[in-house]
Design a protein around this ligand. Structure first.
Ligand SMILES: Nc1nc2c(ncn2[C@@H]2O[C@H](COP(=O)(O)OP(=O)(O)OP(=O)(O)O)[C@@H](O)[C@H]2O)c(=O)[nH]1
Ligand SMILES: [Mg+2]
Length: 193
């Protein structure tokens, strides 16, 4: 279990990203999906800001995990109170980050298990594929559905996307994240650092 996690800084523009060379893993997904909560769970620390109000995370926030890798908390998309301009800013920030960060080794697409795969998730999938960045899906809030519904949702997303790295987690019950952390460490960090 990772300890010694440190918040490094938050940034919007590439010139402000932290100057490190450690492998980096970013968390993207709809606002309120549970990205920051999942980062906290993996880090075993309340480093990332979590709120009942969607739209809490507005910048890219960088967290150093045991000086081995960096987790990046991204702002969520699809927050209805945000304007069209803000949505475009979000796209610009995320696309620039993916383009300008060679140490980015993989992206965790975080989804509330009760929500459907939408064109927003599809856009992230298409874009990461285009850029050669591996993707995994974390279905959060598994405490809100039955086991059989969870299995059904996992199968349906697997079928729709063709992705094989899918994980069910509950940030509330602290379940499922070890497998996810194990996968990202073995596939994306250890293989590449
Ligand atoms: N029941 C349940 N609630 C969760 C879970 N994960 C997150 N939440 C709750 O969902 C809300 C949003 O969580 P965040 O981690 O802030 O979500 P986010 O994706 O970082 O949201 P933005 O920063 O707005 O993009 C909070 O009230 C969390 O407590 C989970 O696995 N189960
Ligand atoms: Mg957040």
């Amino acid at each position: 279990m990772p300890s010694q996690v440190q918040y490094i800084k938050s940034a919007v523009f590439p010139e402000d990203y932290p100057q490190t060379k450690l492998p980096e893993i970013a968390f993207a997904g709809r606002s309120n999906a549970g990205k920051s909560s999942l980062i906290n769970l993996i880090c075993n620390s309340q480093v990332a800001h979590v709120s009942k109000q969607p739209g809490k995370t507005r910048l890219l926030s960088f967290f150093d995990v045991r000086a081995k890798y960096i987790l990046v908390d991204m702002p969520g998309y699809g927050f209805s109170k945000r304007s069209g301009d803000e949505q475009r800013n979000w796209e610009g920030m995320v696309e620039t980050y993916i383009q300008k960060r060679p140490q980015l080794k993989g992206l965790v697409l975080v989804m509330d298990v009760r929500r459907d795969w939408t064109e927003d998730e599809e856009m992230i999938k298409v874009y990461t594929e285009k850029m050669g960045i591996p993707l995994m899906v974390a279905l959060t809030k598994s405490d809100k559905v039955s086991k059989s519904e969870m299995t059904q949702r996992l199968n349906s997303i697997r079928k729709k996307t063709g992705l094989s790295a899918l994980f069910a987690v509950s940030n509330l019950k602290k379940m499922g994240y070890e497998e996810l952390e194990d996968y990202l460490y073995k596939s994306w960090v250890r293989g590449t650092s």
